[in-house]
Design a protein around this ligand. Structure first.
Ligand SMILES: CC(C)(COP(=O)(O)OP(=O)(O)OC[C@H]1O[C@@H](n2cnc3c(N)ncnc32)[C@H](O)[C@@H]1OP(=O)(O)O)[C@@H](O)C(=O)NCCC(=O)NCCS
Length: 236
């Protein structure tokens, strides 16, 4: 999986925008050039600030920090890709939201979902995020050979839980989180081994299988994991 991602990441501008076929939308990969686009950085920062409660790491947003995150993580991390949601007839114009993948499994065809965010509610009306995400997942299936997509979502993030349920994701586990305040940052982390108190929040783990004998969404090869109290992997 990492090798397939590395090939795409080598030159993100080489991937032609993916037409969604609805709402006049397309998905295009974030490129190094975007990190120099001040208006885009402002937009991304404002969306992140407005949706802060839905992320495990919460902090005061700055343009500098947003550009660093794009450079060092979105573009820099080997296992991460981010698409911008754009107009199909102007893919290098204004972005309306974003979505992508991270936590690529080193050997299995498994990817995590990340950065699913609707920024412009007028341009992305009800129903749009679902067809856009379906298109991105179909691309990952066809181009990267991905057969399973996973995500961890705050249980109290009802819009995201509902979106992923509509997309055929199935809940396989639930993980308790503790809130840590560190200077101007608040971070939700899986409970420590010896932390017996009631969790501050919960993550649910959801999975969607792209090829399954019983069809999409049945996740035939995925055993329910049940409730987990300790860390399996660090928060995204
Ligand atoms: C998750 C997300 C992509 C889902 O998009 P969507 O399927 O288009 O759904 P919406 O955002 O329109 O939300 C669905 C409904 O819940 C409502 N809603 C949105 N946020 C809400 C909230 N925090 N609490 C209660 N209701 C909320 C919306 O008004 C909408 O109502 P409507 O259908 O009557 O218009 C989008 O809500 C979003 O970008 N959220 C912020 C980022 C985020 O949480 N990403 C996921 C991280 S796992």
């Amino acid at each position: 999986m990492l090798a397939a991602l590395a090939e795409v990441k080598r030159d993100p501008s080489a991937l032609a925008p993916l037409e969604v076929g609805a709402y006049g939308l397309a998905l295009r990969l974030l490129t190094p050039h975007d990190v120099t686009d001040g208006a885009l950085i402002e937009r991304l920062g404002a969306w992140r600030a407005a949706s802060m409660a839905n992320y495990p790491t919460q902090f005061p947003v700055t343009a500098e920090g947003t550009a660093r995150w794009l450079r060092e993580h979105v573009l820099g991390d080997a296992d991460r890709l981010m698409f911008l949601i754009v107009d199909a007839d102007d893919p290098y114009g204004v972005a309306y939201g974003h979505m992508g993948f991270d936590h690529a499994h080193p050997s299995e065809p498994v990817l995590g979902l990340s950065n699913v965010l609707k920024g412009d509610r007028e341009r992305l009306p009800r129903g749009a995020m679902e067809v856009v995400e379906e298109r991105m997942i179909a691309w990952a299936h066809e181009a990267l050979g991905v057969v399973q997509i996973t995500a961890e979502i705050f249980e109290d993030n009802r819009p995201s839980c509902a979106l992923h349920e509509r997309l055929g994701f199935v809940q396989t586990g639930r993980r308790g989180l503790r809130r840590h305040v560190e200077g101007d940052r608040t971070v939700y982390r899986p409970l420590a081994e010896d932390d017996e108190a009631e969790p501050d929040r919960w993550w649910i783990r959801v999975v969607r299988a792209e090829r399954s004998p019983r069809g999409r969404g049945s996740v035939a090869s995925t055993r329910p994991e049940g409730e987990t109290r300790s860390a399996e992997r660090p928060p995204a």
